[in-house]
Design a protein around this ligand. Structure first.
Ligand SMILES: C[S@@+](CC[C@H](N)C(=O)[O-])C[C@H]1O[C@@H](n2cnc3c(N)ncnc32)[C@H](O)[C@@H]1O
Length: 415
C-alpha cells in the first residue's frame, strides 16, 4: 500500500539518504545508540536468558545509511557471535552508503535487501530473533500495517527495538513544517525545497520554538539529510506514551523497556510527598504518560517490546550467577562520576536527573567487567572486609538505580 506522499518519501531518501554518513569515518569511530545496541538487545529483549552461542538473526527494517546495521554487525563480529544482520530498505542511495560502511569495516555478516518492509510477509525472509525499526514506522502510510508486516517475520521468543517520534520534545518542528509547505510545497524538487528551508533557517525569528528546543539537533548537525528529514519530510507523525502503547497493544506487543526507564518515571521529577501519594495511585502507563507530559523533552520514544502472548523473561540480577555489564561506559568511569553525597547526575536531553547510589557503589562498579558474576563481585568485596549482607543491600540499591538509566544491564549467558 503506497500513496503519493509515500512516493515523495521514497524520493526524499534517494536524494538525501538518512542519516548523512561518510564511509571514511568508519576508520575513526563506531556509532552506537538505541535501539539496537547488542547489550540492550541481550538484556531488554531476551532478559539475559539467551545464550551467546545461539545464532542471532537480526533484521534492521528501514536501515537507511546503516547506523544500526553497522553497530550490530560490528558488535556481533567483535564478540564472535554467530548470526546475520539483514539490512532492508527501499533506498538504493542508502544501500550504497551502508554497503560502503560495511566494506570499510570488513564486515561479512550482513545481508542486503533493497525492498519495502511492507512486502516482508510474502518475502520468504526470516524469521528474525530481533527486529530493529528506528525512525521508520511514523513515516509509513499506515504504521500499524507496517508493524504487522514486521511481526509476520518475528520468530517465536523474539522481540523488537522501535523508535518513533514523540510530540512534546518536537515542539517547534511541526509549525515549521507547516510554514515550509507553503514556501516549498512537497510536489517540488527535493533540492529546491532544501534550498528554501536553508534560507528560512538563516532568518528564523528568535521566538521560533525550534530555537529553544534542545531535544532535536538534526537541523544543526545533520547536514542536508538531517534538515530535510526534520523540516521537509512529507509525512511524520508523533506518538504520546498512551498512543504508542495503543499502537503496540493493538498488534499484540508489550513494552519490555521504555528507554531510558527513568525518563518515564515521574517520581524523580516530583519530590512533594502529596504528589508522590497521588502518583502511587496511577497505573504504570499513566505514570509514564505523566512523566512525558511533565518533562516535555522527549522527542522520540525508544522501546523494546515482545509479544504480549509470551511470558516475560528477565534473569534475576540478585542471583550469584548473574553477570552485570555496563552498556558503554566502564564501571570505573561511572564510579568516577559519583558525587560526594553518593549521587550521580545524568543529563537526559537537558534534564538533569539525580540518581542516589549506595556508599559501596564505587567499589562494586570497579569490579564490573561483564565477566565477573554477582557472586564473584561479592567475594572480591568480602576479601576487603565487606560483609555479605552489606554487599547484598548495596547491590539491591545500585542495580535498579543504574538499570533505570540504562547504564547497568545483565550480560547474556555464555554457552
Ligand atoms: C529516517 S530514516 C531512518 C534510517 C535508520 N533506521 C536510522 O534510524 O538511522 C527512514 C528510512 O526508512 C526507509 N523507509 C521508508 N519507508 C519504507 C518502507 N516502506 N520499506 C522500507 N524502508 C522504508 C527510508 O528509505 C529511510 O531510509
Amino acid at each position: 500500500m503506497t500513496d503519493l506522499t509515500d512516493q515523495r518519501l521514497a524520493a526524499q531518501y534517494e536524494a538525501y539518504p538518512y542519516p548523512q554518513r561518510d564511509p571514511r569515518d568508519e576508520a575513526k569511530r563506531l556509532i552506537v545508540g538505541s535501539p539496537g545496541h547488542l547489550r540492550e538487545v541481550d538484556y531488554w529483549v531476551f532478559g539475559a536468558t539467551r545464550p551467546t552461542s545461539r545464532p542471532l538473526r537480526v533484521l534492521v527494517a528501514g536501515g537507511g545509511s546503516g547506523d544500526a546495521t553497522i553497530m550490530l554487525a560490528q558488535q556481533m563480529a567483535r564478540q564472535g557471535r554467530q548470526g546475520t544482520v539483514t539490512w532492508l530498505d527501499r533506498s538504493a542511495a542508502a544501500l550504497k552508503i551502508a554497503q560502503a560502511r560495511a566494506a570499510a569495516r570488513g564486515l561479512n555478516n550482513i545481508v542486503w535487501e533493497q525492498r519495502s518492509l511492507l512486502d516482508l510477509p510474502d518475502s520468504g525472509l526470516g524469521p528474525f530473533d530481533y527486529i530493529d525499526c528506528c525512525g521508520v514506522l511514523h513515516h509509513l502510510p499506515d504504521p500499524e500495517t507496517g508493524l504487522r508486516a514486521l511481526l509476520a517475520v518475528l520468530a517465536p521468543g523474539g522481540g523488537m527495538g522501535l523508535m518513533v517520534y514523540a510530540p512534546h520534545g518536537r515542539t517547534g518542528i511541526y509549525m515549521l513544517q507547516d510554514g515550509l509547505r507553503l514556501l516549498a510545497p512537497p510536489d517540488q524538487d527535493p533540492a529546491a525545497r532544501l534550498d528554501i528551508a536553508r534560507r528560512v533557517m538563516k532568518h528564523l525569528p528568535e521566538t521560533a520554538w525550534l530555537r529553544s528546543n534542545r531535544s532535536v539537533t538534526d537541523h544543526l548537525g545533520g547536514g542536508d539529510a538531517g534538515l530535510y528529514d526534520l523540516l521537509l519530510n512529507p509525512r511524520d507523525r508523533a506518538y504520546t506514551v498512551p498512543a504508542l502503547h495503543d499502537l503496540l497493544a493493538g498488534v499484540g506487543l508489550t513494552v519490555a523497556c521504555w528507554v531510558e526507564p527513568i525518563r518515564y518515571d515521574p517520581i524523580p521529577l516530583l519530590p512533594d510527598p502529596r504528589l508522590r501519594a497521588r502518583i502511587a495511585t496511577l497505573s504504570p502507563l499513566q505514570r509514564a504518560a505523566l512523566a512525558e507530559s511533565l518533562a516535555g523533552n522527549i522527542a522520540a520514544h525508544i522501546v523494546y517490546c515482545t509479544r504480549s502472548s509470551e511470558p516475560a523473561r528477565r534473569a534475576d540480577p540478585y542471583q550469584p550467577d548473574a553477570v552485570p555489564i555496563c552498556r558503554e561506559m566502564t564501571g570505573e568511569d561511572i564510579a568516577k562520576t559519583i558525587q560526594v553525597n553518593d549521587t550521580i547526575f545524568f543529563n537526559l536531553d537537558g534534564l538533569r536527573v539525580p540518581v542516589a547510589v549506595p556508599p559501596l557503589a564505587a567499589a562494586i562498579l570497579r569490579q564490573i567487567d561483564g565477566k565477573r558474576s554477582v557472586g564473584e563481585i561479592g567475594a572480591q568485596l568480602a576479601a576487603r572486609g565487606t560483609s555479605a549482607e552489606a554487599f547484598g543491600r548495596a547491590w539491591r540499591a545500585l542495580f535498579p538505580a543504574l538499570e533505570a538509566v540504562n547504564r547497568l544491564l545483565l550480560a547474556a549467558p555464555n554457552g
